[in-house]
Design a protein around this ligand. Structure first.
Ligand code: FES
Length: 161
């Protein structure tokens, strides 16, 4: 009688059982991941949809920015209006404006360039007028959303227009 396990026919079914069990676990695990992705991706898309974005924006009506009245001429302050990035600009002519910083092309965050007095999107080169938010160059199809700005001693209040 041989002591070598490979010559013992009773050991082979156990190895088959282990590999069959592993195969079933991997298959079931893969199917669970596929189902999770199939359900999770549409939910993710819904939560990031323009409708959901609009609902989140409309839930917030104003934002108080304590100390923002001290923003120097030509300065910019980044803040969040609800969940979205926004900017407050104090122009050199002492006018104040605030915009939603989400590019109207594909949603990148735009930046104010004081040396050019322009709002620029680095993703595809879109440009906006820094006083009106109008789309002036590049692919953005619409102007930036402009907010109302009220400056008082000690605070600046930004409200939805
Ligand atoms: S996302 Fe801003 S120009 Fe394309």
């Amino acid at each position: 009688m041989s002591k070598n396990p490979s010559n013992n026919p009773s050991i082979e079914p156990v190895e088959d059982e282990i590999s069959r069990a592993s195969f079933i676990k991997v298959t079931v695990g893969g199917m669970c991941l596929a189902y999770a992705a199939a359900i999770g991706y549409p939910v993710y898309r819904y939560l990031n949809s323009p409708v959901a974005r609009e609902a989140a924006m409309s839930a917030v009506t104003d934002v108080a920015l304590p100390g923002a009245d001290k923003l120097p001429l030509g300065g910019v302050l980044l803040f969040k209006f609800g969940p979205y990035p926004s900017m407050l600009i104090h122009h050199k002519d002492d006018s104040w404006v605030a915009f939603d910083s989400v590019c109207t092309h594909l949603g990148c965050t735009v930046q104010y360039h004081p040396e050019q007095d322009k709002i620029v999107c680095a993703c595809h080169g879109g440009q906006y007028d820094s006083h009106t938010g109008a789309n002036v160059s590049g692919p953005p199809p619409k102007p930036l959303t402009k907010f109302n700005v009220k400056v008082a001693t000690g605070t600046v209040t930004v409200t939805r227009a």
